[in-house]
Design a binder for this molecule. Structure first.
Ligand SMILES: NC(=O)c1ccc[n+]([C@@H]2O[C@H](COP(=O)([O-])OP(=O)(O)OC[C@H]3O[C@@H](n4cnc5c(N)ncnc54)[C@H](OP(=O)(O)O)[C@@H]3O)[C@@H](O)[C@H]2O)c1
Length: 333
């Protein structure tokens, strides 16, 4: 794929809608501003957040991202690539650096060039390839933050609900590697994978919902499914335990906000706390996770890698909600 010096190929969403609205276009190449860098993108991984931004759902999200159409029309939050230009305040010696990060501004990875704040990217370890590295930042970072908020440590018994997706596949591994005993809910077809990642007991969530598991059993529950009743989740943890709510489904313009507020109120005065998580990009966590990948202690599970021209199919796959691990788009090798 070639572009002239002033342009970039990009997948654009001209409005909110399903994956069919995506169009591949040649657009002006973004310029790095103060504290920013221009990255030639090698790979980008997609997250369910990209599908939500594509559709503009829940509606409340449009208040921040654009009422009628997204102000930033390029999806893809996680990138691995090469710094090719720097903005004011960034040392020019970083041109040529191979970097990875969750980029600023809600997306931009589904393009041959993307701009991000320099502080958002970290060096890519030489022995972690771009596609593998791009799978790490958002999903891996969210899993890490969730386990930390839940206080998971060696000897903890933790239940991961939604263990087979991007966040879940990292959460199971990080918890098991920290010495926790991991129970997991996932689809039947993914039980063997989740056990290989470190879960000692797995259950098919369609046959064995969280309400069938013994009450007061867990030190922590990491809820990435987002559909179980709050009372059920709360009863699963022992006194002093925590439920970390990574996901929360909810209909209407406010989506999961009502559920999150109910969780906060239910936790007041309770010894079994429900803790909504809003994970923020953290370069230091991305760096730490990439080092684990480089040492063979963490495996980004990649269900499928798509070519750049297939990006619409890649987003459709994520939008369908049955991703196993991560979906990656190779942009330029
Ligand atoms: N709070 C935050 O800061 C934050 C950050 C990142 C993500 N999230 C949220 O976390 C959720 C997961 O994100 P993701 O990127 O990991 O999603 P994902 O990769 O698309 O997850 C899909 C996987 O989850 C499984 N699954 C779906 N519902 C389930 C349930 N009720 N019980 C068990 N497994 C279930 C699916 O299995 P089947 O195919 O068998 O259905 C599929 O393998 C999303 O709602 C996302 O918005 C929140």
């Amino acid at each position: 794929m070639t572009t002239d010096a002033a342009t970039t190929r990009a997948w654009i969403q001209p409005a909110y809608g399903g994956p069919e609205i995506l169009e591949q276009r040649t657009i002006d190449r973004p310029r790095p501003g103060k504290g920013e860098v221009l990255v030639r993108v090698r790979a980008t991984s997609l997250n369910s957040a990209d599908a939500k931004l594509l559709r503009g759902e829940p509606g409340v999200l449009r208040l921040g991202f654009g009422l009628r159409r997204p102000r930033n029309p390029v999806r893809g939050m996680d990138v691995a690539g090469t710094i090719v230009a720097v903005g004011e305040g960034v040392d020019g010696s970083h041109v040529g650096d191979e970097v990875v990060g969750e980029i600023s501004g809600g997306g931009g990875g589904l393009a041959t060039y993307a701009v991000t704040r320099f502080g958002r990217v970290v060096p890519r370890p030489a022995d972690v390839d771009p596609a593998t590295a791009a799978a790490v930042p958002l999903a891996g970072g969210t899993a890490w933050h969730a386990l930390r908020l839940a206080g998971v440590r060696a000897g903890s018994r933790v239940l991961v609900i939604g263990a087979s997706g991007g966040v879940g596949s990292f959460a199971v591994q990080l918890a098991a590697r920290s010495g926790a005993e991991v129970w997991a809910l996932c689809g039947e077809r993914n039980r063997a994978l989740v056990e290989r990642l470190g879960a000692t007991r797995t259950f098919d969530y369609r046959a064995t919902g969280p309400e069938t598991l013994p009450e007061g059993t867990f030190d922590a529950v990491i809820d990435i499914g987002g559909t179980a009743p709050l009372g059920v989740l709360q009863r699963l943890v022992r006194e002093g335990g925590s439920v970390v709510m990574v996901a929360g489904e909810g209909k209407g313009p406010f989506g999961p906000i009502g559920r999150m507020l109910r969780a906060v109120f239910r936790s007041i005065g309770s010894k079994r706390r429900l803790r909504p998580l809003a994970a923020r990009a953290s370069a230091s966590v991305t760096s730490m996770l990439l080092e684990k990948v480089a040492r063979g202690e963490l495996e980004p599970v990649i269900e499928r890698t798509f070519a750049f021209d297939e990006a619409r199919d890649a987003l459709a796959h994520v939008d369908a909600g049955h991703t196993v691990g991560k979906v990656v788009v190779r942009v330029e090798d």
